[in-house]
Design a binder for this molecule. Structure first.
Ligand code: AMP
Length: 195
């Protein structure tokens, strides 16, 4: 069956220090599965990435993993994805994930999560795509980052309209329908020639 939507999720290759991060990843995976959706993610087996993919599959969702060969060789890949794309490098990975997604969501994560999230948001700002980009600010995890970004607006290096292109929420059950409905209302293609 064709999935109703594809949500690209960036999250941690570690589980985080408390179970609330895994719980949020499970809630996201369940929501995707229960709503007939497809997860597009980095294809990893570890941390909240693996937890998210397992929860999506368990709830009847489809899972598309995209992972560089070097990570597969380190046995980091989740082999039971519905589709596992092994690519040559990180640029190909992020480009393919972006192409396959209707919307982007970052959960709490680390350096890799930040990098992927900022790239999706920057591409949106540059009009390389028009897909929703969202941040799950679980229990204020991203509050210091959001404060810093507002400071950057105050210092004249960012604009309010760039901030407005980011959807921030702290509740999975509210944020996911918001971005998925927005994505389905006005699909925003990805121009990969620009990246
Ligand atoms: P982070 O938020 O730093 O945990 O980054 C998640 C990203 O880091 C993923 O997209 C992967 O590219 C990469 N990564 C780092 N370590 C691993 C691992 N052990 N398994 C899978 N992906 C990993």
């Amino acid at each position: 069956m064709t999935p109703k939507f594809s949500l690209c999720v960036y999250c941690g290759s570690r589980p985080g220090a408390t179970p609330k991060f895994a719980d949020a990843a499970i809630a996201v995976g369940r929501w995707i599965g229960q709503n007939g959706g497809q997860l597009v993610y980095g294809g990893g087996n570890n941390g909240t990435m693996g937890i998210l993919a397992d929860a999506t599959l368990a709830a009847g969702g489809r899972v598309v993993g995209v992972i560089p060969r070097s990570m597969v060789e380190r046995e980091w890949a989740k082999q039971d994805c519905d589709e596992l794309h092994v690519v040559d490098n990180m640029h190909q990975r992020k480009s393919l994930m972006a192409e396959r997604a209707d919307a982007f969501l970052a959960l709490p994560g680390g350096l890799g999560t930040f990098e992927e999230f900022f790239e999706a948001w920057t591409w949106r700002v540059l009009d390389f795509h028009r897909k929703p980009v969202a941040l799950l600010d679980l229990d204020g995890y991203y509050a210091p980052l959001l404060a810093f970004l507002r400071q950057s607006v105050g210092h004249g290096f960012m604009n309010d309209w760039q901030m407005d292109m980011l959807t921030v929420g702290n509740d999975v059950g509210t944020l996911l329908p918001q971005i998925v409905e927005a994505a389905l209302r006005s699909p925003g293609g990805m121009d990969t020639s620009e990246i």
